[in-house]
Ligand binder design. Sequence first.
Ligand code: BES
Ligand code: ZN
Length: 633
Amino acid sequence: MKSAILATTLSAIFALGGCAGQGNTNPTSHTASSDTLTNAAVNIESGKDYHSFSNPEQISVTHLALDLDVNFDKKVISGDVQLTVKRMQEGNNTLVLDTRDLTIKGVTANGMPVPYSLGKEDSFLGAPLSITVPEGTNKVTVSYQTSPQASGVQWLTPAQTAGKQHPFLFTQSQAIHARSFMPLQDSPQVRVTYSATVHTPKELLAVMSASNDPDTARDGVYEFNMPQPIPAYLIALAVGDLQFKPMGKRTGVYAEPALLDAAADEFADTESMLEVTEKTYGPYRWDRYDLLILPPSFPFGGMENPRLSFITPTVIAGDKSLVSLIAHELAHSWSGNTVTNATWRDLWLNEGFTTYLTYRIMQMVYGDNRYNMEAVLGRQDLQADIDSLAADDEILAIDLRGRDPDAVFSNIPYEKGALFLRELEQKVGRDNFDQFLLNYFEHFAFQSITTDQFMAYLNDTLLNDYADKLSSERIHQWIFQPGIPQGAPVPHSNAFKIVDDARNQWLNGELQAKDIDAKDWVVHQWLYFLNNMPETLSQDQLAELDAVFDLTQSKNNEIAHSWLLMAVENWYEPALPRVHSYLVSIGRNKLVKPIYKALSQTPKGKVLAQKAFAEAKPGYHPLTVKANEGFVD
Ligand code: BES
Ligand code: ZN
């Protein structure tokens, strides 16, 4: 099949390295939620961060100055963080920071030791660090070190990298893991600027979510500056045998040497994406936009660390078929990094807006056909979640009190959020909606906002201007009710019609697989073909598809994912060795978790899952371990 032919053989160097081996309140508004539609939600305090111990409404941190040493032998980052604080309330001298598994060595304020205490550890929030900040002082320095088990820091051995020669380190702070990397107010409503000096082994390069100088001398001492105020979850560091290759005027890619050219080719359209997004939604406010390609254990597809998105290598397919991920992380530069969710309940403001923008960017760069196909696939992913999630978890402004945000990850904030915006767009017209979004990014630039603030803004703008087309009842329904409102937009793709026909005819026995005219199908059509197969297929049917289309050997990680999931659900043995190699070579949770889950449903599947998990675990990120260990008990 086309994708398999076009795909590179990079998977060979993607091995994970089977080498063995209650929170506080917010500084802004404290209104009760405007929601009156769902009972459970009425007591949620809008804007209250239930996932941070910090007290920014009393004393707020405005700048971090980091001086860190990266020690690969001990797997610890150690050093000092100097926090510049601002008093928000008279007479309150206690600064509360978030921490998790940090060793605190000492705390000073304007150079003098001050009292501090580490509170009781919560299972997923970590522990509060309370520091007395004497009147007249505003620079608090904490000397600390991370734990080798830090939830937001992954240490990779050389065997777990593409080049096999050097170790690698990367951080992943979203949602609440920055606190395992440094003590800080780990709430998305606290925005800080930062500067950093990072010491590494001489042969390695450090990069951060900040100014990166592509021409920096590789001498083991690296300086960074992030002059725009950002939330803690966007602070990021990676260290490895990295090289840089420019892709455009403002865009480039950092990767291990073995991946650099393939990555630069795959993502060559990044500069165009940046240009069309600026044209439609207003200026890019972050100077450069570079990509960092991580080893395959990176637990996400991508992470929108400002100026430097972190990207899984599993999307380097050889044919640009999976580059909507880049559009997505780039779009976060507007929705997420410029206008930020104030609490994790408001995540849909980041992900829903970004998913909407992603579709639009893809359309602008690649055309209507691709836009329609991606929209249909996204709508199907959403439906799958609606069919399986509890009603409360289908609500955009979700109630996360007492819950670990990592455990609540789904398509709802992404695809339901995007579908809601698509409906607004269709009702008011695309140009008007684009203008609304451009104004929204301008109005809330560098602020962290709640769902209620968004709704108030919508009320003052679109609802006011298009009272005949929009209603606040409908908007409430989208934001506070489970499911998808009746009459929601239905994406449609003509390119999928022939795929439906082929699938149906094959299933009815009217057409043999070898007679399906699929030579021109693109990856999206293959995904649509596979994802819409009935739950049960016979061994003969699976074998026929595999023989004709070589699906077990697909080099496209998304196609392989869909196929291997079908193979597990129908226990198609010839694909099981590939299931194993897939699970031990990829750590991206979205790709491996459904497979572990499917395997865990049967005793023989569980045995396979246990074997793969045991082999892969040393190379998995802590988040991937946590998300899947329950399937192999
Ligand atoms: N910011 C997210 C990743 C994230 C969300 C981490 C919530 C932790 C908590 C990132 O932008 C993202 O959405 N990644 C997706 C991309 C996909 C939807 C194109 C992923 O990793 O799969
Ligand atoms: Zn995202």
